[in-house]
Design a protein around this ligand. Structure first.
Ligand SMILES: *C/C=C(C)/C=C/C=C(C)/C=C/C1=C(C)CCCC1(C)C
Length: 258
């Protein structure tokens, strides 16, 4: 790990801590909000809660790992302590949470069962390949290796974008009004927040090396994770609530325990 100024160390330290709190609170909100939506949409909110809780746990471990990887030197700089900073927590997290985020989205698209299953199967396979291809590049210090795995991961990544555009277009068109516009919002939030990952990944090979590169990478991934998990979950909740209202279910007539 490169030497960091106190400001650089604390920026990442505080942001990681804030992320743990945000993920746990978001999970409580999604879990509790199941009562406000029809039965059909409750699994989507449960999955949203599970995603942010898994992420909250991993952020806690990343936070501890970050704290342990540096020590304050006599000159007031944070130098590598020799302890390993474990970036694999992020990839382990993505491997579970990225497919689950796609489950959330497909659940509120309200497709026919067969169609939902076939779309989800393709999206989940693509998501797993994307993360698996990214990891060897992430942990390598070699620019060529990074580019090769980046390019490999871009294939399933672009496939997911294309599949969402072709499958969500007709669903959005078939739902004029609030549900359709919220589905469009969910798609845009996904597309825009997911852009951060392949860009942050490339920071070290685009000349952003050393301390600045490391801080940029950590801050980039962390902000993207908050938006793509907690922010995206809020949009999923809004879609579920709008569909519930549109379908004429009163939340109070469907108690949670069942
Ligand atoms: C909550 C975590 C999320 C939404 C993570 C998403 C991660 C990606 C979209 C990662 C994509 C990558 C590429 C497209 C190329 C380089 C390697 C990755 C894995 C960073």
């Amino acid at each position: 790990m490169p030497d960091l100024t106190p400001g650089q160390f604390q920026l990442v330290y505080n942001l990681l801590s804030l992320t743990v709190a945000t993920m746990l609170a978001a999970g409580l909100f999604f879990y509790g909000s199941r009562a406000h939506v029809a039965h059909r949409y409750r699994p989507a909110l449960l999955v949203s809660a599970i995603v942010v809780w898994i992420a909250g746990y991993h952020y806690f471990r990343i936070f501890q790992s970050w704290e342990g990887a540096f020590m304050l030197s006599g000159e007031g700089a944070y130098t590598a302590s020799g302890a390993f900073f474990n970036d694999a927590y992020r990839y382990a997290d993505w491997l579970i949470t990225v497919p689950l985020l796609l489950v959330e989205l497909v659940a509120v698209m309200a497709l026919a069962k067969d169609e939902a299953r076939s779309l989800l199967t393709k999206l989940v396979i693509a998501a797993v390949l994307m993360i698996a291809f990214g990891y060897p590049g992430e942990v390598s210090d070699n620019a060529t290796t990074k580019w090769v795995w980046w390019a490999a991961a871009m294939v399933p990544y672009l496939y997911i974008y294309a599949a969402l555009f072709s499958k969500m277009g007709p669903v959005i068109a078939a739902n004029p009004g609030r549900v359709g516009s919220l589905l469009g919002l969910a798609r845009n939030v996904l597309i825009v927040t997911w852009l951060f990952y392949p860009i942050s990944f490339l920071a070290p090979v685009l000349g952003l090396g050393g301390a600045t590169g490391e801080v940029f990478l950590q801050v980039g991934y962390t902000i993207a994770d908050i938006t793509a998990k907690a922010g995206f979950g809020v949009v999923i909740y809004m879609i579920a609530a709008a569909r519930t209202e549109q379908e004429g279910h009163g939340a109070t007539t469907e108690p949670l325990a069942a």
